[in-house]
Design a protein around this ligand. Structure first.
Ligand code: PMP
Length: 427
């Protein structure tokens, strides 16, 4: 003030200092959901501990179950050649590359795998990143900014949405798989923005349906946008030899600007990749924060992915078996009157119960029949879309598939009847 003394700021509002996590609204909400789950009497279906390698079967608490809950689509996690390649790489290069590749973490196998992936996808170049989620986040977050527009499928994976939020671009979802709605949105919005990035997935991981990618290519060319396709669930699974959506739908992979994939599923490793033009990959190699400021992929993971792709190229019958199993599973579910939504012969088959409690109880009853399948409950999906989600692998036998669908139908019918009876009782 005028005579030089320092006055104390007066506290006028009393906003609570949130320095106790147990008081966070988000934490309280989580605890409420967990209590509700406990009231059903079913054990917690999350963080189940699995022993050993998960293939067509898995071991939980010493008991063997038929497994429909892992992404080991073509049975390569635990394949002796893949495990040996990972061990050899550790012997040769250690367990970490101990630096960003840009500085001193580069190993010969990084570039070799990147060339292999580019060939596999059918484009010029690719870049590896340490996580699939991180790949989407950093790539989307980096390639567009506040002057740009992102239009993404309404059922996009969390990593796509997170990337879009990070970018600061204007973000609008378009109705699931609806390229005509996208076309209309682009007509209205495109001219107001510098760059427009359209993002879709190959196979959708909740519903097991897929995009008509050639139609999206037509739309993106008409409006001069960038098109990005996330192949997490289609890389190694779709197309006659597992090359992905371009092989499955018969189009030139170069018509998609940005291919994204994860190595955690068919490639039985960990990490993600972006594949596309030389210029795109060069830009990301020198400037994408999640690549430049992050350690290079560990040698064992690089070698495992490389060996998986080698085995898959040599044994395309793994993909054939996966397709046959997926189609059989879907057909039997449909014949049994189960609601599989729009699943279209991909390795993801949902059985929609439309009620979280029924989904939870159904998965619990199947567990007693030695079948392990994950329930997907509200709020992960809308309550009316609660479901069991079956991941099919090339390793399942026809007998395992027939038994599983028969037991699912049996328990589901019983649960529906008992739910109807208890509703009638309560009037
Ligand atoms: N994209 C999609 C469509 C996914 O389903 C997933 C994970 N299931 C990811 C990205 C992230 O991949 P990762 O689990 O390998 O980090």
């Amino acid at each position: 003030d005028a005579n030089g003394s320092v006055s104390r700021p007066i506290r006028t509002n009393t906003v609570a200092a949130e320095d106790d996590v147990t008081q966070f609204t988000e934490y309280r909400r989580l605890k409420t959901t967990m209590r509700q789950m406990q009231l059903t009497g079913c054990p917690n279906p999350f963080f189940t501990v699995h022993d050993g390698i998960v293939g067509d079967t898995t071991v939980i608490d010493g008991k063997e179950y038929i497994s429909f809950a892992s992404y080991n689509y073509v049975g390569l996690s635990g394949h002796p050649e893949v495990s040996a390649a990972a061990s050899d790489a550790i012997q040769k290069y250690g367990t970490s590359v101990s630096a960003s590749r840009l500085v001193s973490g580069e190993k010969p196998i990084h570039g070799e795998l990147e060339s292999k992936i580019a060939d596999w996808v059918g484009v010029d170049a690719s870049i590896l990143m340490v996580g699939g989620h991180a790949t989407n986040e950093t790539t989307i977050g980096h390639l567009v900014g506040p002057e740009d527009l992102i239009l993404h499928d309404a059922l996009s994976h969390n990593s796509i949405v997170q990337g879009a939020l990070l970018s600061g671009a204007k973000r609008r979802p378009f109705p699931h798989n609806d390229y005509e709605a996208l076309d209309r949105m682009l007509t209205a919005l495109r001219s107001q923005y510098r760059r427009t990035l359209v993002i879709i997935e190959g196979v959708y991981s909740m519903d097991g349906d897929f995009a008509d990618v050639p139609k999206f290519i037509e739309v993106k060319k008409r409006h001069r946008c960038l098109l990005m396709v996330d192949e997490a669930h289609s890389f190694g699974t779709m197309g006659e030899t597992g090359r992905g959506m371009s092989e499955f739908q018969g189009f030139n992979a170069r018509d998609v600007d940005i291919w994204m994939g994860t190595l955690s599923k068919s490639a039985s490793s960990c990490g993600g990749f972006i594949a596309g033009s030389q210029a795109l990959i060069e830009l990301l190699r020198y400037t994408a924060p999640g690549f430049v400021f992050s350690v290079g992929m560990p040698p064992a993971q690089v070698a495992a992915a490389m060996a998986s792709l080698n085995v898959l190229a040599r044994e395309p019958e793994r993909v054939t078996r996966l397709h046959e199993n997926s189609q059989l599973f879907l057909k039997l579910c449909q014949e049994a009157g189960l609601d599989t939504g729009d699943s279209g012969g991909t390795p993801v088959v949902p059985v929609i119960t439309g009620n979280s409690l029924v989904a939870l109880r159904l998965s619990n009853r199947l567990k007693k029949d030695a079948i392990n399948v994950q329930p997907i409950l509200y709020p992960a999906v809308d309550e009316s879309a609660a479901r069991l989600r079956f991941f099919i692998t090339s390793e399942h036998s026809e007998e395992q598939i027939r038994f599983t669908v028969e037991r699912t139908q049996h328990h589901y019918n019983e649960l529906c009847e008992s739910t109807a009876a208890s509703l009638a009782e309560t009037g």
